[in-house]
Design a protein around this ligand. Sequence first.
Ligand SMILES: Nc1nc2c(ncn2[C@@H]2O[C@H](COP(=O)(O)OP(=O)(O)OP(=O)(O)O)[C@@H](O)[C@H]2O)c(=O)[nH]1
Ligand SMILES: [Zn+2]
Length: 328
Amino acid sequence: MAVDRGRYTCLVEAGDGKGRRRGKGGKGGKGGGDAAATGRIVVAMKARELGRKGIVVGDRVALVGDVSGAPDTLARVVRVESRSSILRRSADDTDDTDGVERPVVANADQLVIVTALADPPPRPRMIDRMLVAAFDADIEPLLCLTKSDLAPPEELVSLYAPLGVPYVVLRKGGSLEEIREHLRDRVSVLVGHSGVGKSTLVNALVPDANRAVSHVNAVTGRGRHTSTSAVALELPDGGWIIDTPGVRSFGLAHVSVETVLAGFPDLVEGTVHCPKGCTHLGDDCALDAWVSAGHADPARLLSLRRLLASREGAADDDQPSGPDDRRR
Ligand SMILES: Nc1nc2c(ncn2[C@@H]2O[C@H](COP(=O)(O)OP(=O)(O)OP(=O)(O)O)[C@@H](O)[C@H]2O)c(=O)[nH]1
Ligand SMILES: [Zn+2]
């Protein structure tokens, strides 16, 4: 489902609670759009009993009332199902001033970090922050390196090799086979700064005819999504991509050292001799000696420290580089 100023655009799939395309969708789809082929689009508002509970893109919800999807009808969302994952941004992100963590996308399987190899140049600090957000949300990351016609991918790829993050290399007009394989039957959130080629990629992956959700938003006459709301697009091969225009980064203020460390099971044992509350960034950290003794790959420790350090500071990495950006 998609959210637009208090109106929730929901896809009702007959006989399938998973929200994935199974080809069993009900007919109808009078709400417009090509979703008729896979399910019924129903526009709904939040029922009063849900109170202040947020509903975000990707949520699975229970609907009551007029769920016909006919024009000018409005159903009610009475329940939000529990989420398998949640991506949130917190106080340090752009337009959040109240210090509250806000969920952005629910139930995603994969975080696709879109980065150009040149024009604009890659920003490892931004990538690191996105990786931490993926760890935190328990979502698998995928590095999507665009504009390979302008620069080779090797240097950036080697920077992330110790983390074992999967990646795809793309160029405009080039083959999409590999990325389609990664996206098939999954719910993937796309993030990336302006100009990296995200729209180019989305347009190539999702022919306009299949842009069901954004299309229906237009039909409701409520205008399209606001600049900060996410929109879910169904992929022709099955699966969804959720575009997040306006979400430039995820707030990481709430992410603990332990959460990041959990992504490095090979290093956890080495932390038993660390001082209490060790940030693993200071001179008193026991990991240096442990790695020097040959217990783990030094590149992994470097990666851990880069990710830990990336949590600090502003969400927007246009700020001057920190010491950990030296390999940029
Ligand atoms: N050389 C080259 N240019 C590309 C490639 N992909 C996209 N571009 C160009 O890069 C520019 C930005 O692409 P967009 O797809 O608009 O980028 P975006 O990330 O959606 O940026 P915003 O629309 O600002 O959010 C456009 O001029 C594209 O034509 C590529 O693979 N190679
Ligand atoms: Zn330590």
